[in-house]
Design a protein. Structure first.
Length: 79
């Protein structure tokens, strides 16, 4: 599984990246977690709100997320 955090490097984007990494470890998921800060690549996802969370190429959440919310998104997305 590939998980991307889309963001321009702001504090909220960095926080989401850290939170995603923690939740991946906590749930024991086999995933590659990446930060995408290239604005041209971010625009390809057609998101207007950052940070955004992408799992296997699909945008699954936008905006600030707590660890609990990230966990819920993962569980809903990957079952």
């Amino acid at each position: 599984m590939e998980i991307k955090v889309l963001g321009t490097g702001c504090a909220g984007c960095r926080a989401l990246y850290e939170t995603v990494g923690q939740v991946v470890k906590e749930l024991g998921l086999e995933a590659v977690v990446l930060k995408e800060e290239d604005l041209m690549k971010i625009m390809e996802y057609n998101v207007m709100t950052l940070p955004a969370l992408v799992i296997d190429g699909k945008v699954v959440a936008k905006g600030k997320l707590s660890a609990k919310e990230v966990k819920e998104v993962f569980l809903q997305t990957i079952g």
